[in-house]
Structure formats: C-alpha cells, structure tokens
Design a protein around this ligand. Sequence first.
Ligand code: G3P
Length: 218
Amino acid sequence: MLFFLDTADIDEIKAGLDMGMVDGVTTNPSLIAKMGKPYLPTVQAIAELVPGPVSGEVLATDLEGMLDEGRRLAALADNVVVKIPLNVLGLRAVRILAEEDIHTNVTLCFSSAQALLAAKAGATYISPFVGRLDDVGQDGMQLIGEIVEIYRNFDFETQVLVASTRHPLHVVQSAQLGADVVTIPFNILEKLYRHPLTDIGLDRFLADWKKTGKSFDD
Ligand code: G3P
C-alpha cells in the first residue's frame, strides 16, 4: 500500500521523505493557496523533490482549458499526475489525456457510480473523499469498500487513492479494504507512529537498565 502526503508544504514533504514513508504527494488548489506561493512552480518544486507520483490539479473548468493545463502540468516532470474534477467534462479530459499517456487523478469523488465512470474513462487514480462524506453523516469508508469491490470485479487498472483522511483509523481501514493508496496530511503520518504503551515501555526498559549503573559496553 502506498502512502502519499496530502500537502503543498515543502518542509513537511522533506520531513516525510526523511521518515522513509512517503511514496508520493497530492496537492489541490486550497493546499497550494495556503502556502502563498505561485501555482505551477510549487507543483514543479514538489515534483523535483519527490521520487514518486505528484498530483497537481487543473484550475480550468472547460474542456479545452483542462486539457491545456493538464498537458502543461504533465510537461513539468515525468512524475506529475494531472488531477481533474469528477464531472462530464473532467472525464472527457481524462479519456483524452489517457490516450496521450498522461496520468490522471480524478478528484472530488463521492459515490461508487462516479468511481465506475472514472475507471471507464481511463483514470490512473480515483480519489474518494472519505472525511468530507463522514462530515455530512455518510460512511466514507463504506464507499472505499464498494469501489474496491467494483474495480476488482472488472480488473480495472484505476487505483483507489483514499483522500480527505482525518485520522489514523482511515489509514488502517483503507489498508484492510485493499485500497491501493492513501493520501494523508503530515500530522496523520506522525500519529501513525504513536502509541502510549510504546513510550511507557521504552521509558521502563531504559530506567531498568540505568539502575544497573552499567553502560552498553559493560
Ligand atoms: O486530497 C484531497 C484532500 O486534500 C481533501 O481533504 O481535509 O480538505 O477534505 P480535506
């Protein structure tokens, strides 16, 4: 299972790469806006830093605009994946870009029907937003299970990329359900490491050895 970082913050990406757990990065216009930096150069800088796939989203909403921006994003680096919204024009753009061997990440997916359409259009990744579904009282993880089942039924090559994750349980459940990728904010990556019994246990081991008065080499 791949871990992507959901951020446009270069410092967070460097820290995640140092931890050895980051396989790729996803961005969106909100995340890049938060950094206060120019759009395309930010995607390019991330793509240069990260060895794996880096999703950068189109801002246009018309077909020609999405295609133009998608091609420009893809031209930034080999590892750039073009993020496109899930609607009629978006999926038309996905099909055309797929024919040009440009990888796409279809974003803002909230239903199994939408995910089926994205796979038929030839999306490289589908991004169901589990946290935003939870926010409106629907079960985000149930959607992941449905999409994984549907894609397996037909051997679709589209990879399930669980997005809008809010806590470690979203990551664990994604793994249990067989999702291909989970994209997480940096704070969730940190939380995945933590368990109070690990800290207590380590403190106790070290305290017990300290009582002997001996060192590692004694
Ligand atoms: O990858 C999409 C993600 O960034 C959306 O997350 O927390 O804004 O719902 P959130």
